[in-house]
Design a protein around this ligand. Sequence first.
Ligand SMILES: C[S@@+](CC[C@H](N)C(=O)[O-])C[C@H]1O[C@@H](n2cnc3c(N)ncnc32)[C@H](O)[C@@H]1O
Length: 223
Amino acid sequence: MELKKVMDRVYWLSDKRRTLVTLSAYSEKSVYGEKIFNLGGKIYREWVPYRSKFSAAFYKGLNGVDIKDAYKVLYLGASSGTTVSHVSDIVGTNGQVFAVEIAEEMAVNLILLAEERNNIFPIVDDARKAENYVNNVPKCDLLYQDVAQRDQTDIFIKNSDLFLKTGKIGMFAIKTRSIDVSTDPREVVRNEVRKLRAKFDVLREINLYPYQKDHSLLILRKK
Ligand SMILES: C[S@@+](CC[C@H](N)C(=O)[O-])C[C@H]1O[C@@H](n2cnc3c(N)ncnc32)[C@H](O)[C@@H]1O
């Protein structure tokens, strides 16, 4: 098996096929049923593209983003922590992942995960009401959002205004069908991008098909 570095703590593992993995910053335990590889005494966790839009973006050609050791990340729509666990690997034990999730039943697993990974800080709240957590979240180096709501662009802009450092990256998973089921998904993305251009440079738009249906991931830089 051969490891090829994509970015800090993220690798392509080549065997019969290519598998994206993160170097685990914590235990050797599987978080959501992903495969674990022990290579030369280091633990790598498969980052499954069907379970994580961030991973799907790498399978669709993303070759790195500005996220690394000791970064502070605000993550909106954390769910039970699948993707959060890989972001936690990337920023490492000196980093911090502030993980916002509105649904208490999802947050149960997120809170358990945070007990094992002390760089994850769960916040059970509505990302629309960012003022509720303004005192608990510092200025961040990366904003990642995956909430699948009609007003997802407004949520993203509000949180970026409050928490994202100027010049830093925002990653925004747009669920094209959450906004308008009757409009062509490409048109939906174009309309949202138009709203974002005032505050962000749009670096890339990655359609996540076939790993994730009706989703694009926007990579933005805060002006
Ligand atoms: C598609 S799932 C996220 C999956 C997760 N990002 C991952 O890759 O592991 C969307 C999540 O956003 C949460 N959500 C929806 N609206 C929200 C809001 N206004 N504030 C915070 N979380 C929200 C949902 O409860 C759900 O758990």
